[in-house]
Design a binder for this molecule. Structure first.
Ligand SMILES: *Cc1c(COP(=O)(O)O)cnc(C)c1O
Length: 396
């Protein structure tokens, strides 16, 4: 049979992630490739969900989500960021942030419309823009000098140049996966200014909003002047509470934009889960101490893994947030991250992700490899030992 997959999805046929996970299993490697924690979320959250399931909260919730969760999310946004959303018409619950972003793109992008975004990028963005028939206009984030921490940032002129008459939307992920950059208020103001000048819709992926380090504060783009009315903010429970399997997210924005999301999403998934939403509502309201302890613990683990990687000879680009640290493999004598990451489970017993697969148009990530530090200390230490054995002596 001829290739049955629609042409616009053919470039997305196979990802390197599946291959990396298979190699990790095959070589019994420590898997620092995938971004999921190996410890559980808060006890009250797990118990709260189990109790609701036993109590019979097992049928379809309302399409836009349980009112308890929409109210908790709206209150949380108001208390932490001063953003007011009407829980009835401006907050919508989705099957993870992924479905929220997908519905926003599918509901707002006409074929031929352009979407400006930053590369490297979370892998679902390119696929869903292609599904909508949209055109991607990626702007590179580039690392500064490693001696200064190697923070990734964009060039405002390149961002300006990416916007044209067909640009409809800008997709902004901060804190940013995979670079760990947390956009500053000044960087966000550049983005906001362009959105206002060109009448763009902003979609913000804020799934790491709580996971920032060294005092870097997450600033939602919607808090900037003129932005609330044109921004769909997306967040979710998975990263905040270490329950990535729960796939429950929320989209917040002005009612007409949220209606566009709803119109698409109701036919993709109809609703998200029920019992989990009630437990998440409680956790969003009550588990602030757990979140800040988790943030502190992640910062320590970032440092632990970064130190180990540096000792093994990697260049380390210091992340300000998220689960990930980007490394430069050139000091080890390698140049091709895809080749390097493919061999790593066999040569070192560790799995990682080559950053190049998260770039759309440039080869600027060729020498970069992403490691996840959202793992237990003993797991990180085992990975560090193995990497030091494989590379440490050669590079010193
Ligand atoms: C993990 C991740 C997501 C997925 O969130 P879900 O709520 O699990 O769908 C979205 N965006 C980024 C940048 C992520 O790293």
């Amino acid at each position: 049979m001829d290739e049955p997959l629609v042409a616009r999805m053919r470039p997305f046929g196979e990802t390197i992630f599946a291959e990396m996970s298979r190699l990790a299993v095959e070589h019994d490697a420590v898997n620092l490739g995938q971004g999921f924690p190996d410890t559980d979320g808060p006890r009250s959250l797990l118990d709260g969900a189990a109790r609701r399931i036993r109590d019979g909260v097992n049928q379809y919730p309302p399409g836009p989500g349980r009112p308890e969760l929409r109210a908790a999310v709206a209150e949380d946004r108001r208390l932490r960021y001063g953003l007011e959303y009407d829980p009835g018409s401006e907050v919508y619950i989705t099957v993870g942030a992924t479905a929220g972003i997908a519905s926003a793109v599918l509901g707002l992008i006409e074929p031929g419309d352009e979407v400006v975004l930053f590369e490297p990028m979370y892998d679902s963005y390119a696929a869903v823009i292609a599904l909508a028939g949209g055109v991607r206009r990626p702007v590179p984030l580039r690392p500064g000098p490693e001696a200064d921490g190697g923070r990734f940032a964009f060039d405002p002129d390149e961002l300006r140049a990416a916007i044209g008459p067909r640009t409809r939307m800008i997709l902004v992920n901060s804190p940013h996966n995979p670079t760990g950059t947390v956009f500053t208020a000044a960087e966000l103001e550049v983005i906001a200014g362009l959105c206002r000048d060109h009448g763009l819709i902003a979609v913000t992926d804020e799934v790491y909003e709580h996971l920032t380090f060294d005092g870097a504060a997450h600033v939602p783009l919607a808090t900037l002047p003129g932005m609330r009315e044109r921004t769909l903010a997306v967040s979710s429970v998975g990263k905040t509470f270490s329950v990535t399997a729960w796939k429950t997210g929320w989209v917040m924005g002005p009612a007409p934009l949220v209606r566009a999301v709803q119109t698409v999403n109701q036919f993709l998934t109809f609703t998200a889960n029920g019992a989990l939403q009630l437990a998440i509502a409680d956790a969003v309201r009550d588990e602030h101490a757990w979140i800040s302890a988790q943030r502190d613990s992640l910062a320590v683990r970032r440092d632990r893994l970064s130190q180990g990687l540096r000792a093994a000879g990697f260049g380390v680009l210091r992340p300000q947030g998220t689960y990930f640290v980007m490394t430069d493999i050139r000091p080890l004598g390698f140049t091709d991250g895809i080749e390097f990451a493919r061999a790593l489970p066999r040569t070192a017993g560790v799995a990682a992700v080559p950053a190049q697969v998260l770039y759309d148009t440039t080869a600027e990530g060729r020498h970069l490899v992403r490691f996840a530090f959202c793992k237990r200390d003993d797991v990180l230490d085992r990975a560090i030992d193995r990497l030091t054995t494989a590379f440490g002596t050669a590079s010193r």
